[in-house]
Design a protein around this ligand. Structure first.
Ligand SMILES: [Cu+2]
Length: 126
């Protein structure tokens, strides 16, 4: 357990801008994702099938970190969206930027057997 849990610098962009006129909403919200055996955490919350983990609609950059000992990937699917990272080696990170509409999204690790082992859940986008 020597892994220094480098504080995941979550640039929580507190979207305080009230209804900007004209400009597109291009703010990207950064969300930290942790992959491990056997589960997925989003901003420190364990993802399960309940959908209790919520994300904001709009552009979201998933900063995916593999803190496990196996290769993992992160996939998110809902509505017309289906996106995933490439392999993330142990200790490595990858960023997956997507545009989320409100709704329910599945998140999981698509590597064989990993989803069944617990790397599986649902997030709710509002
Ligand atoms: Cu995996």
């Amino acid at each position: 357990m020597a892994a220094a849990l480098a504080a995941a610098a979550t640039l929580a962009a507190c979207g305080g801008t009230a209804g900007g006129t004209g400009g597109g909403s291009e703010a990207v919200v950064t969300v930290s994702v942790r992959l491990f055996e056997w589960g997925i955490e989003i901003d420190g919350q364990t993802v399960d099938k309940s959908g209790k983990v919520e994300l904001p609609a709009g552009k979201v950059a998933f900063e995916v970190k593999n803190t496990g000992m196996h290769v993992h990937e992160f996939e998110v699917k809902g509505g017309s969206l289906d996106a995933k990272t490439a392999d993330v080696q142990p200790g490595q990170e990858a960023t997956l930027t997507v545009d989320l509409a409100p709704g329910s999204y599945e998140v999981w690790c698509p590597l064989p057997g990993h989803r069944e082992s617990g790397m599986d859940g649902v997030v709710t986008v509002r």
